[in-house]
Write a protein that binds this ligand. Sequence first.
Ligand SMILES: [Zn+2]
Length: 190
Amino acid sequence: MSTPDWNWYATRELLSILTREGLRCPLCDVVTQDIEFCDGGDFSTFLCGQCGGNFAPAQYYAAQRRPPKTGLSTLYRPVGSRELAKIAATGYRQFPPRLEWQPIFYPVLNFDYAAHIAREWNSKDPNHDFVGFVTRFQINNSFLCNYEIQTVGDQQSVEYWIPAEELASFNVNIQGPIEVITEFRNGQLV
Ligand SMILES: [Zn+2]
């Protein structure tokens, strides 16, 4: 739960972002400086000149944890040899269904994090034949914006948590092929 103190700091922080680079309105998704500050002390809000909507700092920060609502996002996924074989079998169009004991599908937001997993886990694991790949693909934001970005550990380790039963919808929203961009064997770049 946000405390009034936190809200005060959040408001100040938003004001500095607004003057510096404009704000992305959480209601209409437009980045604009046409935003009015409605000073209500601990309960201050912002009025968006683009859509006429009113939003609180907490709404802004919640929206920051999601992609925009339009366009495409580039995502990465580290995979082992078996998962890659299943991807290849779909013509590099889809990720295979999760196994019984895998309730969540984890695509990640940046190459470095994907490469770290492929190198340190997949390529050092006998169950993955000591090989790890980084795949890259694009997906519709109109679908992805239903999910919050999850930070795991440090700020660079960011991923989405897609429930296994929603992976089929995820696959439908992939645009273009799933590319294999990097390969590691025994912890080494190939
Ligand atoms: Zn707006």
